[in-house]
Design a protein around this ligand. Structure first.
Ligand code: F6P
Length: 365
């Protein structure tokens, strides 16, 4: 373990899908590190920047001026450049993967870096943990709009994504009502239904379909009929991208070598299935990457700044192999190994699920 006194130069990277609040973390890491008298380098485009020494950029007070409120990441990111399973295009156009992790470790050492603050979701943090085991002193910072990391109550990015999704659901209500339609909106979240649950609840959706609760399309139609019997001729259905019918599969967009499968298309399937079963006009939309865009909410900015500050303190204390986390209102550190062990799914007895059910919201089960 690198001793506190030996820290001179650290790097910070952002990996995986971007999430509003990344720049706030970067700013806090840079300002905190400069205060300690350390040099700071940004790793460009996730771990890609360590496959090549040109991938490091010096970060100064000037570099992080006025970025706290900006979405995206000044460092760039990717969700397809895992150095342990790196996709390489062959002459015949096919793609194979190779392990380039040793190159990352040797470039890290050549650059004279003493620690890496790796900001990422489950994928990037699992990679960070592997690098820790290969000798890179790493501190993880949890980010993802999906909020699916077990060790932290919330990840930054989630609150902003939920606000965007809730705003979209609010906007669907009047047009659904005017045309007496069933509107199905697909929200991100991968294999966890957090965004759909929070936005569907706050946006007063009538049906919320989550990956955690496989749905029966007949139950969804029942809810539409029940509303019509009460004179409510429109229905809002929020569909998590990972939702699936009972006994069925998630809707996917295909799989590229060296990256995770892309989800998408379930809202359209649900809308078509309702349309086919009922004499009802249906429409579907996919909110998509709008949920990752925009300025971070106050909560996400503050959480990002808190996580960045805590990451610097963890580097100083030599707590490598750990991740900063929010637990019960406090920011603390947990082991990266623990943090990346399992995904945080929506518990079936979550209070929002219980309260929504008590209001008559259908989960399609
Ligand atoms: O993990 C964040 C996320 O936005 C997921 O909710 C979504 O499934 C995925 O990334 C989309 O990835 P891409 O940017 O590659 O389309």
């Amino acid at each position: 373990m690198t001793e506190q006194s030996t820290i001179r130069r650290i790097a910070v990277s952002t990996g995986g899908g971007d999430a509003p609040g990344l720049n706030a973390v970067i700013r806090a890491v840079v300002l905190g590190a400069l205060k300690e008298g350390w040099e700071v380098f940004g790793v460009k485009n996730s771990y890609e920047g360590l496959l090549d020494l040109d991938g490091l950029m010096p970060l100064t007070r000037e570099s992080v001026k006025g970025i706290t409120h900006r979405g995206g990441t000044i460092l760039g990111t990717t969700n397809k450049g895992n150095p342990f399973d790196y996709p390489v295009k062959q002459e015949d156009g096919t793609v194979v993967t190779e392990d380039r992790s040793d190159l990352v470790v040797s470039n890290f050492k050549k650059a004279g870096l003493d620690a890496l603050v790796s900001i990422g979701g489950d994928g990037s943090l699992s990679i960070a943990n592997k690098f820790f085991k290969k000798g890179i002193p790493v501190i993880g910072v949890p980010k993802t709009i999906d909020n699916d990391l077990m060790a932290t109550d919330f990840t930054f990015g989630f609150d902003t994504a939920v606000s965007t999704a809730t705003d979209a659901i609010d906007k669907l209500h009047p047009t659904a009502e005017a045309h007496q339609r069933v509107m199905c909106v697909e929200l991100m979240g991968r294999y966890a239904g957090w965004i759909a649950l929070y936005a569907g609840f706050a946006g007063t959706a009538d049906v919320i379909l989550l990956p955690e609760i496989p749905f029966d399309i007949e139950k969804v139609c029942e809810k539409v009929r029940e509303r019509e019997a009460r004179g409510r001729m429109f229905t809002i259905v929020v569909v998590a991208e990972g939702a699936k019918p009972k006994g069925g599969e998630m809707a996917t967009k295909g799989k590229e070598v060296g990256r995770e499968v892309r989800l998408g298309g379930i809202a359209e399937q649900v809308a078509d299935a309702i349309g086919a079963r009922m004499n009802k006009e249906t429409r579907s939309l996919v909110l998509g990457h709008l949920q990752r865009g925009g300025n971070p909410s106050t909560f996400d900015r503050a959480l990002g700044l808190r996580f960045g500050g805590a990451a610097v303190r963890a580097v100083k204390a030599g707590e490598f192999g750990s991740m900063v986390a929010l637990r019960g209102g406090d920011v603390l550190t947990v082991s990266l190994e623990e943090a990346t062990k399992e995904m945080k799914a929506v518990p079936l007895d979550h209070d929002i699920v219980q309260t929504a059910r008590s209001f008559g919201v259908s989960f399609g089960d």
